[in-house]
Design a protein around this ligand. Structure first.
Ligand SMILES: O=P(O)(O)OC[C@H]1O[C@H](O[C@H]2O[C@H](CO)[C@@H](O)[C@H](O)[C@H]2O)[C@H](O)[C@@H](O)[C@@H]1O
Length: 248
């Protein structure tokens, strides 16, 4: 596996900055609702946004509404639900249609969670996820159930960290980054994407293909990223140094 160095502090000069959320800006927690945006992170994103003239966006597997609530109605762009929705700084909100099948899928996932102590169901506007972080032995059964539900409904099977999701198809974090880069706010700048998960790889590839770069957060693995940071603590420290190098 190729050794990836940490990114230089001046990487964000003239950049459009795209950030994954869980595992990149906040440490993973046992429950999806247990994460929080503290004053350090909130202030950092505000300073980054000011330094980059607003060219900052979150690209998350969480719904837009969830990211918005965590940051307290922020002014930056948010792509949520793995690229299936985008909230723009001017208030526009593009979102795919919710398929009726998701209601039935949630019912079946809840029945599985009731029978499998420790499994959680996360309901999303465009998907439904089974979380088995508290009971890793349930991974196989959760995966089998989600695979069948996705196939029956013609929906997309989305893997994640200690979770499996059934969601609307047709987008990923790469299509999200490309869509954001076409907006006047970001167009013509150099995309830089930071992310930790396999689901972040399409955005690493999209950033690279547009002349920018990805930064892998976490242990070395096969990746399209150019740079690497060890974890959330190093990411926050690097973003602070990068912000200072931009004069903020
Ligand atoms: O694209 P991201 O912003 O990284 O979001 C990916 C998923 O994050 C959340 O799940 C993950 O974080 C949880 C809280 O730390 C953790 O409990 C879970 O095991 C992780 O998979 C979120 O709940 C999902 O909806 C996102 O898709």
């Amino acid at each position: 596996m190729t050794h990836l160095p940490p990114p230089p502090a001046d990487l964000l000069r003239d950049a459009a900055l795209f950030l994954d959320f869980d595992g990149t800006l906040v440490e993973l927690q046992d429950h999806p609702d247990a994460v929080a945006v503290d004053a350090r992170l909130g202030g950092l994103i505000d300073r980054l946004s000011a330094a980059l003239d607003g060219r900052v966006a979150i690209i998350s597997g969480r719904p837009v509404a969830g990211i918005r609530a965590l940051f307290g109605d922020p002014h930056f762009a948010i792509s949520g639900s793995h690229g299936l929705e985008v909230a723009w700084p001017d208030g526009r909100h593009d979102r795919a249609e919710r398929p009726a099948a998701l209601d039935r899928i949630v019912v079946q996932m809840k029945a599985f969670a009731t029978a499998t102590n420790g499994v959680l169901v996360e309901e999303k506007p465009l998907g439904a996820a089974l979380h088995y972080r508290a009971v890793p032995a349930a991974e196989g059964a959760a995966r089998d159930l989600a695979t069948g539900l996705a196939a029956d409904a013609g929906l997309h099977l989305q893997t994640g960290k200690m979770m499996i999701e059934v969601r609307v198809a047709g987008a990923d974090k790469g299509t999200a980054l490309n869509a954001l880069m076409q907006a006047p706010l970001f167009a013509g700048r150099t995309p830089v994407f930071l992310g930790d998960d396999d689901t972040d790889e399409p955005a690493m590839i999209a950033a690279r293909d547009l002349g920018g770069a990805g930064v892998l957060i976490g242990a070395p693995r096969a990746t399209a990223a150019t740079w690497r940071l060890d974890g959330v603590a190093q990411t926050l420290s690097w973003l602070e140094a990068a912000t200072e190098s931009l004069g903020q």
